[in-house]
Design a protein. Structure first.
Length: 426
C-alpha cells in the first residue's frame, strides 16, 4: 500500500470519529436539556450551578444583599464594625490579588465574617491563616460517593451519602473531592491550644469545613462547592446541610462575590491548580471514547507506516561484451596506420600479460627455466613456446625493422595456436 493510501485511511478514520462524536452530541441535546458537568456558574440553572444557593442568600439578607463585580477592597471598606457583614464567595477557584487578600483579612479582623466555598484558594491566604492556627492545605481524592457529616449533636444529615451523577445523569460517576489536609506532624508542636480553628464538617472523615479565628471575626473555608449546587440542593438532606452550614454565619448584610471566579493576571497562585485538558476529556464519556479512537487511529498509522517502504528497484541494463568493438576500433587504427611492427609488439604485450595474469609467471626475464615453467602450467609443448619467442626476437624485433603483413600474420597464427592448445587442455 502506498503512503498516500495510508494518509487517506487515517483521514477517513478521523472523519468517522468526528461524525460519531457530533452524532452523540446531537442525540444528547435532543434527549436532555441540562449539561451534567461541573459548570459552577453563579445564578444559573444548570444542575451544577449556584442559582438556588444565590437565591437563598438574597432571601436571607433581603436589601442587604450586594453583588460584587469589581473593586473588592473598595466595596467592603464601607462596612462598619457593628453591621455584622459577611463576604461570601462560592465557585471552583477563588482568584484573589494580594491587596484583595489583605482587605479580606482586615475585614475579618474588624469583626466580620469571610466565607470561602471553593476547591482552590490562593497560597498567600492559606499561609496567612497558618499564622492564626495550625497550617492546613487543600488536597484531593477521587470517589463517586461521599459520606457527609457535621459535628452538631442533632444534625439531620449526619452520615448522609451523596452520589455524584455526571455526564450520564442516571449513572454514578467518579469525581474530584477536596478537603483541608491537616499536618498531623505539627500536633505535638501546637498541642491542644494551638488548634485555633474549629472543625465544622467532614467528607469521608476528612475535614472539608473549618472556622478560623482572625481578630474579632472569622474566616470560614469549605472545600466542597459541589454540595451547594442546584442538583444537590433539590435534595432535602443537603438543603438542611446548607442550612446547618450557614446557621452560625451572620446574614444581615452579604457581599456576594462573582468577580473572583474569573482569572486575574495579578492573582496570587492557587494552591490547587486546575484540571488539565486531558483529565477533563477523560471524565466525559463521549470525549473519552473520541480520544481513544483518535489514539487508536494514530497507533495504526504509525504501525503500518513504520514498516520499511521498499524503494523502487532501478532497471539495470544488461552488461554488454564490448571486446569485439574494442578490437575492431584498435585494428582499424592500426590498419590505417599500416604499422605492422607496432601491431606485432602489441600482440606480444598481450601474450606476456596473459602469462603474468593467468599463469602467474614473471616475464621480466624469459630464460629456458621460464619457458619450461610456461610449458608445464599451460600444458603446451616447449617447442611452440620457443617458436613464438624466437620468431618475435628474430623477425619482429630483428635488425631489419621492416615487418611485413605476412610476418604479422605468421606471428599471430603462432600465438593463436598457443591459446587453442591451452584452452583444449584446461
Amino acid at each position: 500500500m502506498k503512503a498516500k493510501n495510508y494518509t487517506a485511511l487515517v483521514i477517513a478514520i478521523l472523519a468517522l470519529v468526528l461524525i460519531v462524536y457530533f452524532t452523540l452530541q446531537e442525540s444528547g441535546r435532543k434527549k436532555r436539556t441540562f449539561s451534567w458537568i461541573k459548570t459552577y456558574e453563579s445564578g444559573k440553572t444548570q444542575p451544577y450551578d449556584f442559582g438556588v444557593f444565590k437565591a437563598m442568600m438574597q432571601n436571607e439578607s433581603g436589601t442587604g444583599f450586594t453583588e460584587l463585580e469589581d473593586d473588592i477592597p473598595g466595596s467592603i471598606a464601607s462596612a462598619s464594625p457593628g453591621d455584622s457583614s459577611t463576604y461570601m464567595f462560592i465557585g471552583r477557584y477563588c482568584y484573589l490579588t494580594r491587596p484583595e487578600i489583605n482587605a479580606l483579612l482586615d475585614f475579618a479582623h474588624a469583626g466580620h465574617d469571610v466565607v470561602l466555598i471553593a476547591e482552590g484558594l490562593p497560597d498567600t491566604l492559606m499561609q496567612t491563616l497558618g499564622y492564626f492556627a495550625k497550617p492546613v492545605s487543600i488536597n484531593r481524592f477521587d470517589d463517586n460517593a461521599v459520606v457527609i457529616e457535621t459535628p452538631r449533636l442533632y444534625s439531620k444529615i449526619n452520615n448522609y451519602r451523596f452520589n455524584f451523577r455526571g455526564y450520564g445523569q442516571d449513572t454514578v460517576e467518579k469525581t474530584d473531592w477536596y478537603y483541608l489536609d491537616e499536618d498531623q506532624q505539627l500536633d505535638y508542636y501546637y498541642g491542644e491550644t494551638g488548634n485555633r480553628y474549629l472543625r465544622l464538617g467532614t467528607i469521608n472523615d476528612r475535614l472539608n469545613y473549618a472556622k478560623f479565628k482572625v481578630g474579632n471575626g472569622f474566616v470560614y473555608i469549605h472545600t466542597s462547592p459541589l454540595l451547594f449546587t442546584n442538583y444537590a440542593l433539590k435534595n432535602d438532606s443537603l438543603f438542611h446541610y446548607t442550612d446547618e452550614i450557614l446557621s452560625g454565619i451572620r446574614m444581615k448584610r452579604i457581599y456576594y462575590d462573582v468577580f473572583s471566579g474569573d482569572f486575574k493576571d495579578d492573582a496570587e497562585t492557587i494552591q490547587r491548580q486546575s484540571d488539565s485538558p486531558l483529565s477533563y476529556i477523560l471524565k466525559q464519556p463521549s470525549l473519552k471514547w473520541a480520544w481513544y479512537l483518535f489514539l487508536t487511529a494514530v497507533l495504526l498509522f504509525f504501525l503500518f507506516r513504520a514498516k520499511r517502504t521498499q524503494r523502487i528497484i532501478p532497471v539495470i541494463e544488461q552488461k554488454r561484451n564490448t571486446s569485439v568493438s574494442f578490437i575492431r576500433t584498435l585494428s582499424g587504427l592500426f590498419y590505417n596506420d599500416a604499422n605492422h611492427q607496432k601491431m606485432a609488439e602489441t600482440r606480444m604485450n598481450l601474450f606476456l600479460f596473459f602469462l603474468r595474469n593467468k599463469l602467474n609467471i614473471s616475464t621480466h626475464d624469459i630464460n629456458p627455466a621460464t619457458i619450461k615453467l610456461i610449458a608445464v602450467k599451460s600444458k603446451v609443448p616447449e617447442k611452440q613456446i620457443h617458436d613464438i619467442l624466437d620468431y618475435y626476437y628474430q623477425v619482429i624485433k630483428g635488425d631489419r625493422n621492416d615487418v611485413q603483413a605476412e610476418n604479422l600474420m605468421e606471428f599471430y597464427n603462432r600465438i593463436d595456436a598457443f591459446y587453442q592448445l591451452y584452452n583444449n587442455k584446461k
